[in-house]
Design a protein around this ligand. Structure first.
Ligand code: ZN
Length: 286
């Protein structure tokens, strides 16, 4: 009996089983069933949203704080896939950007969409370096900019004009890239940490804001999600991405009350963990 040979065979068989298991898990999560998937990763107090189209386009919007996003991506992407079609940074603050720096270091990113502003922070300097090294195509966000990935169509709503090169000394929430995605009759509005001032700016452009799913801005802070904005967006579902027992008291009770009054179904990452939404072109499933 050739034990060494047998050992190698067993080893190969185990590897085969692992590959099969990984492929199965991946297919389970992202079966190419003609549906679009959006996952709001539970990254604690921050935002990180992963979108996969039925054609397999992979888009990551923000990376959350720290490097939790790497584990999250590893769970939903096949282990051999180390590339992303598009990375969006809504605004360069730690709770949206930190994880993206790790993503750029570990993944080949084809396109980066962000607002091009400047911040005087360590995490921002790391971003500038990472972006230089990445050699991705960089798109500076400005209202009217359009994206297309298979049947998924996106449009930038904020900032209204290019902010490229502008230094934001305090925080950059008002510069948040607001993106509206359309997939068949499904629609999603992703708002970063945009405060009421940015909401008013977008409303003033008379763009169609009517959207099925709203990613509530700034983790449910009372500085965003004004009644006027809700009346324009009229979402069926609102997703709040915030940390369990976070220090900021997010989401704010007033915001929750307003969402309730509009009869909006609220999904929270602090209560549910990762939130997976499936869009079939007309209805949303979660
Ligand atoms: Zn934030």
């Amino acid at each position: 009996m050739d034990w060494e040979n047998n050992g190698a065979k067993i080893c190969l068989f185990c590897i085969f089983l692992l590959v099969l298991a990984n492929a199965y898990v991946w297919q389970f999560i992202f079966s190419l069933d003609g549906n679009l998937k959006i996952i709001f990763f539970d990254v604690g107090e921050g935002d990180s949203i992963f979108v996969v189209t039925p054609q397999g386009h992979q888009i990551l919007i923000d990376g959350g704080p720290g490097e939790r996003v790497l584990d999250k991506l590893a769970k939903v992407m096949p282990f051999w896939d180390k590339s992303l079609d598009l990375v969006v940074l809504t605004h360069p603050e730690y709770d949206h950007l930190s994880g993206l720096n790790k993503v750029l270091a570990n993944y080949q990113v084809a396109n980066v969409l962000w607002n091009g502003i400047k911040r005087d922070t360590a995490v921002f300097r790391e971003w500038e370096e990472a972006l230089k090294k990445e050699k991705a195509k960089v798109i500076i966000a400005q209202a009217g900019e359009q994206l297309k990935a298979g049947m998924l169509w996106g449009m930038v709503l904020n900032p209204l004009n290019s902010l490229q090169g502008q230094l934001f000394e305090k925080d950059s929430n008002v510069s948040s890239v607001i993106l509206r995605f359309i997939y068949g009759r499904n629609s999603f509005l992703l708002t970063g940490d945009a405060p009421e001032k940015a909401e008013q700016a977008v409303i003033s452009t008379d763009t169609d804001l009517d959207t099925q799913l709203l990613k509530v801005a700034h983790h449910g802070s009372r500085t965003s999600t004004s009644l006027d904005f809700l009346a324009n967006v009229k979402p069926q579902v609102a997703v709040i991405s915030c940390g369990r027992n976070n220090l900021y008291g997010h989401p704010d009770q007033t915001v929750l009350q307003n969402l309730l009054e509009f009869g909006i179904n609220v999904l929270r990452t602090d209560l549910r963990g990762d939130i997976i939404v499936t869009a079939d072109g007309s209805n949303l499933h979660f």
